[in-house]
Design a binder for this molecule. Structure first.
Ligand SMILES: Nc1nc2c(ncn2[C@@H]2O[C@H](COP(=O)(O)OP(=O)(O)O)[C@@H](O)[C@H]2O)c(=O)[nH]1
Ligand SMILES: [Mg+2]
Length: 385
C-alpha cells in the first residue's frame, strides 16, 4: 500500500511536470486595494514575494471602477502589459490561463482556502468575497472559497529575516499548491527593494501604439515636458491629512522611507497654480539651456483639472504649446508621460510614482512639484533643475 502511494505520488509529480504545472506551487491574489497606481505598487511587491518563494505568480486582472457602477470590472493583466518580459524575471501565468488550464487540477473546487493575515470582518474567516471589489473579482473567475487560512505572523518582506524559509516550512507546496490571498501579498507603498522590478513591466502594443501615435501625430516636433496634475476632489481631501501624515501614500519616493529627506508638504501634494507655473517655466528654461532640442510642448495628464487655458497663457511667450490626451485613458497618459523628455510628477501620488520608476529604469530625468522644498534644497539636498 505504502509503495503504491509512493508510486502514485511520483506518477502525479511527473504528470504535473509533463502538463506544465509548477511543482513548487502558485501565488494568487486579488488586487483589492486602490486604483491603478496602488495596484501597480502591490504588483511589484507580489512579484518579489512569489520570486522569494519560487512559486509561479498568477497575474491578476486589474480592478477598475466605473462611475455609478456598484461592481468592479476586471481587466485581464495582458490588456495593459506584456507577459513575456515578466517571464524573463520569474515564472508567471495569467489568471485566465491559470483558471482554465491549471486550477482544475491544482486547485480543486472542494479545497480552495483563502489566505489572510488574520480574520477579516465577522467570524473566524477571511470573508474573501465580502464587499466590492472582493466579491466581483473572484466571481469573474467563478471562485468560491471553502475555508480560510490565517498566515500571521508571517509577512511579505523577503529581504530580511528568513521569511521565505518560514513560508516554505509552514506552507510546503506539496500540501499547499496554491496560496490565494485576500489582498496583495505586498506592502504599500512598494518596498524599496522591489522598485527595480518595474523594468519587467512593458506596456502592451495596444497602449504603446496609442501613446506613440499621439506623440508623433499630435505633439509638435521637438522636446516635450510631461506633467501630472493630481487634483480631483478625492485628492484635495487626502492632501488635507498631510500635516499629520507627512509620509502619506507614495511620499516616500521623495522624502524617503524613513522621512530622511524631510516631510511631505501640502504644496507637494496639491501644488498651487503659482507653484506649477513657476516650476514649469524654470524646467523648460533649464532644458533649453542645456540642450539644442528645444521644448516645444507640455503634455498634461490629470484626473480632473488639466489647467490647459491657464498653462497656455502662461507659456505663450515661451512659444510652448499645451496638450492633453483627447480621451480619458490613464494607461495611455502614463505611457506618454514615461516617454517625455522631462517629467514633473506628484510626490504623494502612486500614479506619478509609476512614471518615475519607469523613467528611472530608462535613465530619463524626472522631478516633482515643490520638492525639494526651498529649505531642504538649501541645506544640501540635490536639486536636479
Ligand atoms: N487619465 C488619467 N487618470 C488619472 C490621472 N491621475 C489619476 N488618475 C485616475 O485616478 C486614479 C488615482 O488612483 P491611483 O492610481 O491609486 O493613484 P494615486 O491615488 O494618485 O496614488 C488613477 O488610477 C486614475 O484612474 C491622470 O493623469 N490621467
Ligand atoms: Mg489612490
Amino acid at each position: 500500500m505504502v509503495s503504491l502511494n509512493k508510486y502514485l505520488f511520483f506518477v502525479l509529480l511527473q504528470l504535473s511536470f509533463a502538463l506544465g504545472f509548477d511543482p513548487l506551487g502558485y501565488v494568487l491574489y486579488c488586487p483589492c486595494m486602490g486604483r491603478f497606481g496602488n495596484q501597480a505598487d502591490h504588483f511589484l511587491g507580489a512579484l518579489g514575494f512569489a520570486r522569494g518563494l519560487n512559486r509561479t505568480l498568477v497575474l491578476p486582472a486589474w480592478v477598475e471602477y466605473r462611475y455609478g457602477e456598484p461592481r468592479s470590472i476586471q481587466v485581464p493583466f495582458d490588456t495593459y502589459f506584456k507577459v513575456e518580459p515578466l517571464q524573463k524575471f520569474h515564472k508567471v501565468v495569467t489568471m485566465e490561463s491559470f483558471m482554465k488550464d491549471i486550477a482544475p487540477y491544482e486547485w480543486p473546487r472542494n479545497d480552495r482556502k483563502s489566505f489572510c493575515y488574520m480574520a477579516r470582518g465577522s467570524g473566524e474567516s477571511c470573508n474573501a468575497k465580502d464587499g466590492n471589489p472582493f466579491g466581483p473579482f473572484w466571481d469573474t473567475y467563478d471562485v468560491e472559497f471553502t475555508g480560510s487560512e490565517f498566515y500571521g505572523p508571517l509577512h511579505y518582506d523577503m529581504y530580511h529575516h528568513d521569511m521565505a524559509k518560514q513560508w516554505k516550512d509552514r506552507y510546503p507546496a506539496k500540501m499547499w499548491p496554491v496560496l490565494a490571498f485576500t489582498g496583495a501579498p505586498a506592502s504599500f507603498p512598494v518596498q524599496e527593494e522591489n522598485k527595480h522590478l518595474q523594468k519587467y513591466l512593458r506596456w502592451s502594443d495596444l497602449v504603446e501604439d496609442e501613446a506613440h501615435s499621439f506623440i508623433t501625430n499630435v505633439l509638435p516636433r521637438g522636446a516635450f515636458v510631461g506633467i501630472h496634475l493630481r487634483n480631483g476632489i478625492d485628492w484635495v481631501r487626502a492632501c488635507q491629512h498631510i500635516p499629520e501624515s507627512p509620509s502619506l501614500f507614495a511620499a516616500a519616493q521623495c522624502v524617503g522611507y524613513r522621512n530622511e529627506k524631510g516631510k511631505a508638504t501640502s504644496d507637494m501634494c496639491l501644488p498651487t497654480k503659482e507653484t506649477i507655473v513657476r516650476q514649469l517655466k524654470r524646467t523648460i528654461k533649464n532644458i533649453n539651456n542645456k540642450s539644442d532640442n528645444e521644448v516645444r510642448s507640455v503634455f498634461v495628464a490629470s484626473d480632473s483639472n488639466h489647467m490647459i487655458d491657464e498653462l497656455r497663457s502662461a507659456l505663450k511667450r515661451m512659444n510652448v504649446q499645451v496638450y492633453k490626451y483627447p480621451k480619458s485613458n490613464p494607461h495611455v497618459d502614463l505611457a506618454i508621460l514615461g516617454k517625455s523628455n522631462h517629467f514633473v510628477g506628484n510626490c504623494v501620488s502612486s500614479f506619478s510614482a509609476f512614471v518615475k520608476r519607469e523613467r528611472d529604469v530608462k535613465g530619463f530625468a524626472s522631478s516633482f512639484w515643490a520638492f525639494p522644498t526651498q529649505k531642504s534644497a538649501k541645506s544640501g539636498a540635490h536639486d536636479e533643475l
